[in-house]
Design a protein around this ligand. Structure first.
Ligand SMILES: [Zn+2]
Length: 501
């Protein structure tokens, strides 16, 4: 791999202005494939979810999946698109071993949904992303190249193909060119894909797992010199499969293109591959033009003409969209915008919401998920939602703290026990003996014992150096293994030593 030069990001942005474009593919979570009845379960043994249609055997004919069409229309409506009154599928002709028909059934000049927008917020500023089209197509199979060092076909000994994915409904969401993002281009790209992912989730149309490829993003970037109004040649970085990589791909492509342009070179219109390890892109193939695909209307399928009343019904039945929900929850919970954004970035909002629903005050729910639990998730490299603890269990811990049965330190120990698989919060309290010492007699005995064992500190307190009481409180906490009420212990110490605060 030849390393290409890059211009430092700030310098690149001083000289050039980026224009973005994002094409996002979402695999729909339908039970069956787009044009046949095959199952779509992820991870099934290779070539077990196939039939004559998705293997393109002679004589087989496609039938469109109604649920997939409905899901696509709902996505379009959520993205403020117009819905076509009449449209057709189209054949996109190209050869690829993982596409047995030698063409993909897609949509070309008659997309199901078009002319929409998605409003996002970046750095507290609203940004409107115009949506050009949302169309429906079928996914390809999956090739695996074996024997090479890179996993690519070059240098491989042989290749194998799994057609389980061939024909899974795929929705492609294409933005119009996005100028004017300036230095925030990488963040805008990431925020857009993040919001798109949440909309898909709230619609329940896809599991949108980027790591499993059910949401993948092609990132288009071009640069134009500052002051120019003529857009530059763009490159398309294919199949970027994490939110962080979307951001990095935009950044590295800006830095690379700036270096090429500043060196008097020209940008080649091509597809590029993003490399997670280096955070940079390398050249793929030169980009086809639409005419290369010889599109024509798919003759084996009838046109789609969604009934207007049905579309109106689908629109009326859309769920509350994530950005609207975030605004509502922020008001209900009385949290700052910054807190809310941090929770959003940490994927914690649904968890906090469920914890509040289980009876916890919002501030406490936020505190635990964004504090102790976020730290644990970070340590173990897992997502918050993957931690082996439930919102109801967090709610129970906050209840125990509120009732005075636990203090914060003990509560953290309880969480640790639950995460370690020791059972529900109450069981952990029982097993580890974590209840606060509420018994006044017991606390008094511990205080006496600590005063007797720390004569020097006790004398200092008696002589008026109240600050020395801190050491005695520490002794009480230690002797009670953290289970004493520190404030009450301090009161008792001062009382017994005959001084007041
Ligand atoms: Zn099939």
């Amino acid at each position: 791999m030849n390393v290409e030069t890059a211009m430092p990001y700030d310098e690149a942005l001083d000289r050039y202005e980026p224009v973005l474009g994002l094409e996002t593919h979402v695999e729909l979570g339908t039970e069956s494939k787009m044009f046949c009845g095959c199952k779509t379960t992820f991870g099934a043994p290779p070539n077990t979810q196939v039939c004559p249609t998705c293997l393109a055997l002679p004589g087989s004919l496609p039938t469109a999946n109604a649920v997939a069409i409905e899901s696509t229309i709902r996505i379009g409506l959520a993205l403020n698109c117009s819905i076509a009154e009449w449209c057709r599928f189209a054949r996109k002709n190209y050869f690829y071993p993982d596409m047995p028909k030698n063409y993909q059934i897609s949509q070309y000049d008659e997309p199901l949904c078009f002319d929409g927008y998605l409003d996002i917020e970046v750095d507290g500023k609203p940004v409107r992303i115009e949506i050009e089209r949302v169309h429906l197509e079928e996914d390809t199979g999956k090739s695996t190249h074996v024997g090479g060092a890179t996993g690519r076909i070059h240098g491989a000994d042989y290749s194998i193909v799994d057609y389980n994915r061939a024909g899974i409904p795929l929705v492609e969401i294409v933005t119009k060119p996005i100028p004017g993002t300036d230095r925030l281009a990488p963040e805008v790209a990431k925020a857009y894909v993040t919001e798109l992912r949440e909309i898909m989730r709230s619609l329940g149309v896809s599991d949108v797992r980027m790591e499993e490829g059910s949401l993948r993003c092609d990132v288009n970037v071009s640069l134009m010199p500052r002051g120019s109004s003529e857009w530059g040649t763009r490159t398309e970085t294919k199949n970027v499969n994490s939110l962080r990589s979307v951001e990095r791909a935009v950044r590295s492509e800006i830095e690379r293109q700036a270096a090429v342009l500043a060196g008097g070179g020209r940008i080649v219109q091509e597809t590029r591959h993003f490399h997670e390890d280096t955070g940079s892109t390398t050249s793929g193939r030169s980009k086809e033009e639409a005419q290369d695909y010889r599109y024509f209307p798919e003759p084996d399928l009838v046109p789609i003409a969604p009934d207007r009343a049905w579309v109106a019904e689908l629109k009326a039945a859309l769920p509350e969209l994530p950005s609207v929900k975030r605004k509502r929850l922020r008001a209900e919970w009385g949290l700052s915008e910054l807190d809310m954004e941090a929770m959003h970035n940490a994927d914690a909002i649904d968890l906090v919401e469920a914890t509040v629903a289980a009876g916890a005050p919002a501030a406490d729910a936020r505190k635990w998920w964004m504090g102790e639990l976020a730290r644990r998730a970070n340590e173990s490299g897992s997502a918050l939602a993957e931690l082996p603890i439930t919102p109801a269990q967090i709610a129970r811990v906050t209840e125990l703290v509120a009732s005075g049965a636990l203090n914060d330190k003990l509560a953290r120990e309880v969480l640790e026990g639950v995460l370690a698989g020791e059972g529900a919060p109450d069981e952990v309290v029982e097993k580890r003996g974590l209840k606060i010492v509420n018994d006044e007699g017991e606390l008094s005995a511990i205080v006496d014992q600590v005063i007797a064992g720390n004569a020097d500190a006790a004398d200092k307190v008696r002589s008026g150096k109240v600050a020395a009481a801190g050491a005695l409180v520490g002794g009480v906490m230690k002797a009670s293994r953290g289970k004493a009420d520190a404030a009450r212990a301090r009161e008792l110490i001062l009382e017994k030593l005959g001084v007041s605060d």
